[in-house]
Ligand binder design. Structure first.
Ligand SMILES: [Zn+2]
Length: 493
């Protein structure tokens, strides 16, 4: 027994996901066709030269220097690395499984949506460790995507105030909201993540104080306000396909009003659950069109994370729950996912009408994502990775298929996955297209993604900050992750 434990410990110490070797100073992908993410067109074969983590030149095929190290791109396509704009990589051993799995799937950038916490003793160093992770990812010490932006703690209202926590950490009024913005900025958050239970007064002051400090709000639309108020008030991105579906129903007016009173502690009623059937029954398509056209006039971005609605709808289905990719998920996380699915399944068993409602609500979310896109609201690809059955990396490709279901063209999805995300962060000078001077974060594909977005997952190799992750290395990384996931299981048993 002791011997076995010793061996396990050694294995744990020896384990680590990293690059096999450093990148050569310069090299080229030869005879490859570049996919233009602006126009959705594919060019003639070229040589793409890389040096110092950047694209140094693009020359006619066959013309890069003889002596240069080469990777044959014949018959292949190259696109910029994908950016997953809604992930949770704070903690949960992300370095050991989530981050490498993003890289394997061609995801070379992520926006973290919960990077900090303010008062609990076990996470007071959160922002410091996230900044350190960001540096280690950038240098290649940890294998994974760039950590592009780190959110504040998820901002809740006084209903979520922790024991012994200061009132500003769950702001209920304007003064608390100002303090929250100040503290978030002091700690170095890149943006403020609103969550569900913020009262109206605190929310509108958060918007105002944040923009005065050069920060923006990106996250949930709190239940005490409607989506038009959030978009017109200046929230930069709205997440999850609960929005705008909720506000397309006449039922939502009273729902928001009652919730706002509850959130502000003016009433003990109002935190209503199980409202999807009522929302669906009062769906008003003329109202919905008006809402979407008002949203489209603002500069808000939409991150529907359709996978999260799909999980809710399908959580009781055997085929959905027995996903073979679960072997890449550590046991503690898998248990959390299973429990989450079990509680949905229990609800559906007790109230079969809820199953229908969740399926309809998910499908409505898909449909309205298409309408938002058609109205001109810029869409970003976000998976909510770490959330139940949202697999880091491969889940990004699932979400792209959801966007196809919503009616986005292959070119529009590819743009959302690359250039739009760079534009959202104001970094399109460095990322988002395959052009000289831009970062050497690339995905080399075996088939054309503009013809079929499923081809975006037919990856021959990934280039991360100028380093090539060829097929064998990607397989090795995946095997390492599977071993890590299984090992936690052995430890737990
Ligand atoms: Zn999330």
């Amino acid at each position: 027994m002791t011997k076995r434990c010793g061996a396990l410990l050694l294995l744990l110490l020896a384990y680590g996901v990293g690059f096999a070797e450093p990148a050569p100073s310069s090299w080229a992908i030869t005879n490859v066709r570049v996919v233009d993410t602006r126009t959705g067109t594919v060019g003639q074969p070229v040589d793409v030269e890389l040096a110092g983590g950047r694209i140094s030149a693009i020359r006619p095929a066959g013309s890069s220097p003889q002596a240069m190290k080469k990777h044959d791109g014949t018959g292949r396509f190259v696109v910029p690395g994908y950016w997953d704009m809604h992930v949770h990589v704070n903690g949960n051993d992300a370095e050991k499984w989530m981050l490498p799995m993003f890289a394997v799937a061609g995801v070379t950038g992520v926006r973290d949506m919960n990077g900090d916490c303010f008062w609990a003793s076990d996470c007071s160093e959160s922002m410091v460790s996230m900044r350190s992770l960001q540096r280690r990812l950038e240098s290649g010490e940890v294998l994974g995507p760039r950590l592009l932006a780190i959110a504040s703690a998820q901002v809740v209202g006084p209903r979520g105030l922790g024991d012994d926590a200061p009132s500003w950490s769950a702001p209920g009024n304007a003064a608390d909201a100002r303090r929250m913005v100040h503290e978030s900025q002091k700690r170095g958050a890149d943006f403020i993540k609103p969550y569900t239970s913020i009262p109206r007064e605190a929310y509108f002051e958060l918007l105002r104080a944040a923009s005065a400090s050069g920060l923006r709000l990106s996250g949930h639309v709190p239940m005490s306000v409607n989506v038009v108020e959030a978009a017109e008030g200046g929230q930069l991105s709205i997440e999850h396909a609960v929005t705008p579906a909720l506000d397309c129903s006449t039922y939502s007016d009273g729902l928001h009003e009652r919730y706002a009173r509850w959130a502000a502690r003016e009433s003990e009623e109002g935190n209503e659950r199980g409202y999807y059937p009522k929302v669906l029954a009062s769906f008003d398509s003329a109202r919905c069109d008006k809402i979407i056209s008002r949203i489209a006039k603002t500069r808000v971005w939409y991150v529907p994370t359709l996978l999260t609605r799909r999980f809710e709808a399908r959580s009781d289905e055997k085929a959905f729950r027995e996903d073979p990719r679960l072997r890449l998920v550590p046991t503690d996380v898998r248990t959390y996912w299973t429990d989450d699915a079990d509680s949905q399944a229990k609800l559906f068993k007790e109230k079969p009408e809820q199953k229908r409602a969740y399926v309809d609500f998910y499908e409505l979310g898909v449909r309205l994502t298409g309408k938002m896109h058609a109205a001109g609201v810029p869409i970003l690809v976000g998976t909510d990775a770490l959330d139940s059955y949202s697999f880091p990396g491969s889940g990004f490709h699932d979400e792209m298929l959801e966007l196809r279901k919503a009616g986005l063209s292959n070119a529009a999805i590819l743009r959302a996955a690359t250039l739009s995300a760079a534009e959202y962060l104001g970094r399109e000078a460095e990322f988002g297209t395959v052009e000289p001077g831009k970062a050497a974060d690339l995905v080399i594909l075996n088939a054309d993604p503009v013809q079929n977005i499923e081809n975006a997952a037919k990856i021959e190799a990934v280039v991360l900050n100028g380093r090539l992750l060829a097929r064998a290395e990607r397989q090795r990384i995946e095997a390492d992750v599977a071993r890590f996931a299984a090992k936690l299981k052995a430890t737990a048993e």
